[in-house]
Design a protein. Sequence first.
Length: 462
Amino acid sequence: MSLKAMTRTTAMVTIIAVIVVVVVAAIAITMFAPKGPTPPTAPTPSPGPTPPTAPTGVPSEIRIGVAIQLSGAQVVEGAASFMGMRCAVQWFNDRGGINIGGVKVPIKLIYYDCESKRDYAVKLIEKLITEDKVDIVIHPYASTFVMATAPVTEKYKKFSVNFGGSSDTLYQQGFKYMISTHGFAILHYWDTPYAMIKEADPAAKKVAIVFKDDEWGRSLGESARTKAKKYGFEIVYDKSYPPDIADASPMLREIAALKPDILCVGSHYKDGYLIATQLRDLRINIKWVVMQVAVSKPEFGQGLGKWAVGFIGETTWEPECKWEVVAAKEGKEYYGPTSDELVEYYYKLGGKGRPSAYTGYGAVAIIAAAKCIETAQSLDPDKLIAAAKTLDFYYVKSRFKVDPDNPAKQIGSINPVIQWQRGAGNTLVYAVIYPSAFATAKPIPMPTWEEKEKWPELILPF
């Protein structure tokens, strides 16, 4: 081998040897170098809370149906009641709806105008059940209508609410799927007016009782009679008058001759207003005049003006009555909107003037149905009626409690008493005078017609 070749071979071996040494040194350094802390492993993300899902069977909406008098003879009562229903529905829906299984379910109100016709109302209630597939039915206003439509809801075993029928015959029919929010004539009416008069005028003794000769009126007559005896009053006159009465003057003259301290009138609006105007026209002065239905309507004051002063009415709801306060004192539950909230929604939905007692009537039909649904956690009629039997709570219209053996019979209702009065600055004031806890004024005897004739016309506050 030449010297040049040997030199080239030696150089290559040297290079290879150097590479081997470097590699071995690197391995040794890696193996025997001091180890630092192991870098932390990124944590596996933990699953977040599972979003709630609606329980099986929870509906997307709760369908409540009503056939109501939005035209015809009872449009005043029907329209005001329907406004109350709308207010209550909106109040619940603004809060998501009614709680079923932890899910808020909105209310859908399905309604028809029954035109103040009973036969038509019956057909519409059946339509709501069979075609519209409503979950709950609200009966029309007035006892005669409820008596006609309740057999339909019972036939289909549909849970229903009576908000505006006060005849005691309603809870004597054996209805199994109907609850009532309204107090009944014999059970509840005349109690608070008589108690108020007894406190305000212990000297008052003689009572004259007149009432319309229909189902509602006869119940009022019996109640006025029964409660008069309970409070120790002497009944000096007790007669019915025809439902279509056009002239009450002969009856009123008979009453005037007996000089009663109290006149109790069991009426609806039209006949009550007629009797009030004829008392005025005949100048028949009676110290205390208590009239059912008519007096508690804003239209009564609007129509009579200053002549309305002194008339007393018994109602089931007034904005001034804060039943949430009573509930708190008694340690009972209060459910649904307060009176202040109901009034707020009344104006929000386009209401004009002072909301009438009928606004409260309608609202509680929705509120009571909602409470039954939340308690039952179901729309099943049997579960709803079972839930209703267990309830005892306050809401915007005093207390809700039905007879557990007869849910069509409301036993908890308390009726406030109102009176039209002359206020400061010659205003016509609609005042709550009883119970005293809510009173905005003290009761006054009826000013004589001769006194009122000298007054200027009074200013309506609404």
